[in-house]
Design a protein around this ligand. Structure first.
Ligand SMILES: [Zn+2]
Length: 306
């Protein structure tokens, strides 16, 4: 059974017993937003009942940060007025495969659901950075954040200073790179710029505890960058990666070692293809990165509305 790990008058984070997966429900004066509802049937049902309780006459928006099966498995449990996702997620090359993973999971554990498993159908498709959607006084902006998957996106809810980040900056996971380490690095680079245009303080990742201050998510970003650069150095110079310190920081080595090895395999292929180079003079300076980017008020946002 999930627990509610965070609650304020507008934001409730339900955390699954599985993989500390977060499902966030945001309620404003205008709308109820449900992000990535997961995972076990009772957990999804609890979120559904909560949404039904609070929705009243409000519209319900269902928003997917990416197409990993744990994030889409709850789709059809909800009566949504609008479904948001990236255009890349809508154009997923193997939707049947994503559904199959959900079905495999359920059958593996003899799980029955009261709703059908389907690949989400998007109504609002995010095709570029900075696209905005306004509904009453509620304003969201969307950013494409490939790297973890090709179809990842982040969402900022303006008046709440809230970023829903998908599977980035999880305090319980180093970067899981299924798609591209080059894109992953650019997504991490982009975060302070997203911040400066939208000014969020709180960041909710797909798994684990939310980051409730700017310094908290910046620290996580520095750790993710440090992991990427250490892996690159190890691959380019053949110096073994320091796994001991990785498992001092991250607490689930029996599972996560697999993801670490897959990162090495993917980044080795990228290196052989010349997709990145190792620069031995490059030094990651956390304080410099933080001070040079972050401003304390939002800059003018000239983007169009989507
Ligand atoms: Zn996930």
């Amino acid at each position: 059974m999930h627990q509610i790990i965070y609650r304020d008058p507008n934001v409730t984070i339900f955390q699954s017993a599985l993989f500390q997966t977060n499902s966030t429900v945001v309620c404003t004066d205008d709308v109820v937003m449900v992000f990535d509802p997961a995972w076990l049937p009772e957990e999804v049902e609890n979120i559904r009942q909560y949404v039904e309780q609070i929705r009243g006459n409000k519209h319900v928006f269902l928003i997917f940060t990416h197409s990993d099966f744990d994030h889409i498995i709850g789709y059809r449990a909800f009566r949504a007025d609008k479904v948001f996702m990236s255009k890349a997620m809508d154009e997923h090359p193997d939707k049947a495969g994503a559904v199959e993973k959900c079905l495999e999971f359920d059958e593996q554990y003899y799980i029955k659901r009261s709703y059908p498993i389907e690949y989400p159908k998007g109504d609002f498709l995010v095709f570029r950075d900075g696209v905005q959607y306004r509904y009453g006084n509620t304003k969201m902006s969307f950013y494409l954040t490939p790297g973890h998957t090709a179809d990842s996106m982040m969402v900022i809810v303006w008046q709440l200073g809230l970023c829903i980040a998908g599977d980035y900056l999880c305090e319980c996971e180093f970067p899981f790179i299924y798609h591209s380490s080059v894109d992953y690095e650019q997504t991490l680079e982009k975060l302070p710029r997203i911040h400066d245009r939208n000014w969020f303080t709180r960041l909710i990742p797909g798994h684990g505890q939310p980051a409730l201050s700017i310094s908290d998510w910046l620290q996580r970003r520095t750790e993710a960058q440090a992991y990427l650069f250490a892996l690159r150095e190890s691959i380019a110079t053949n110096v073994p990666f320091d796994e001991t310190s990785l498992w001092t920081r991250y607490k689930f080595p029996r599972l996560q070692r697999k993801y670490h090895m897959e990162n090495i395999a993917l980044m080795t292929r990228e290196y052989q293809q010349g997709l990145w180079q190792w620069d031995p003079d490059f030094m990651l300076s956390a304080s410099e990165l933080q001070e040079s980017y972050i401003t304390d008020s939002p800059t003018n946002d000239a983007d169009d509305e989507g």
